[in-house]
Ligand binder design. Structure first.
Ligand code: ATP
Length: 229
């Protein structure tokens, strides 16, 4: 049997695709390092950034969805492993992750491993998300460490702790074995940066430089964003 025949006897495994949703109001280095380090730690083929249009779990973002999208485009443009999905921004309805995952499944098929990337704070709030348990039928969930937010079953809401314990994978390399359904955690460089902190600095006329890319800061200055609290 030739080498080609041996290889074609096995199903072709595609690299898992990371999906990174957020308000990104504005995008900062905490987000960028999370996506960059997820590729290495989780063996992802790439990360698709999905800025929320109308985030249902929080107050109205301070700038428009189009402006948040533009800042994500600027900050990710030079990374060939990053792509940006504008569909939540373009949709008229609120951005529910489960709907986005259902759309991506229609686009990418049922076999492609998908990995939803979330910080530890966002993960702890998962039970408040629309049809949250259905998310596991559509994708894996990878939880990154974030300063101030422990990723342990004992610090999670009870119903989420049960999912965490039963779905947790010890090896991130196993993410490619199935299209979804598992939870992994990964340790990233700890950066205590938040969009809230950046908005406060800018509203007080203080510098936010080196917390976010210059290309984003230039855009903020050009359009006079985040001037008021
Ligand atoms: P805000 O301060 O306005 O709540 P944020 O900085 O938390 O914003 P989001 O757009 O809400 O940013 O977050 C998108 C995702 O990125 C979430 O899953 C969040 O947990 C994660 N994230 C944000 N900042 C960090 C960080 N510094 N380290 C790790 N994860 C982060």
């Amino acid at each position: 049997m030739s080498a080609t025949a041996i290889f074609s006897a096995f199903p072709k495994l595609s690299e898992p695709l990371g999906l990174f949703g957020g308000t990104f109001d504005p995008v900062h280095y905490g987000h960028l390092r999370l996506a960059e380090e997820a590729i290495a730690h989780l063996g992802l083929g790439g990360v698709r950034w999905i800025p929320a249009g109308q985030p249902p779990h929080r107050g109205q973002p301070q700038v428009t969805a189009a402006q948040r999208l533009e800042m994500v485009l600027r900050s990710t443009a030079k990374n060939s492993r990053f792509s940006v999905d504008a569909s939540e921004v373009e949709a008229a309805a609120p951005s529910y992750t489960v709907h986005t995952l259902e759309r991506l499944r229609r686009e990418l098929g049922t076999e492609q491993p998908l990995v939803l990337l979330v910080g530890a704070d966002a993960f702890a709030g998962l039970p408040t998300w629309h049809r949250w348990r259905d998310i596991f039928a559509l994708a894996h969930v990878a939880v990154s460490h974030r300063p101030g937010f422990p990723v342990e079953a004992c610090s999670l809401p009870t119903e989420l702790a049960a999912e965490f314990n039963s779905r947790r994978l010890a090896e991130a390399s196993d993410l490619k074995i199935s299209p979804g359904g598992s939870i992994v955690t990964f340790a990233m460089t700890q950066l205590a940066i938040s969009a809230t902190q950046i908005r406060k600095l800018l509203a007080n006329g203080l510098s936010a430089r080196y917390l976010l890319p210059d290309s984003v800061l230039d855009y903020i200055e050009l359009h006079q964003l985040y001037k008021s609290p």
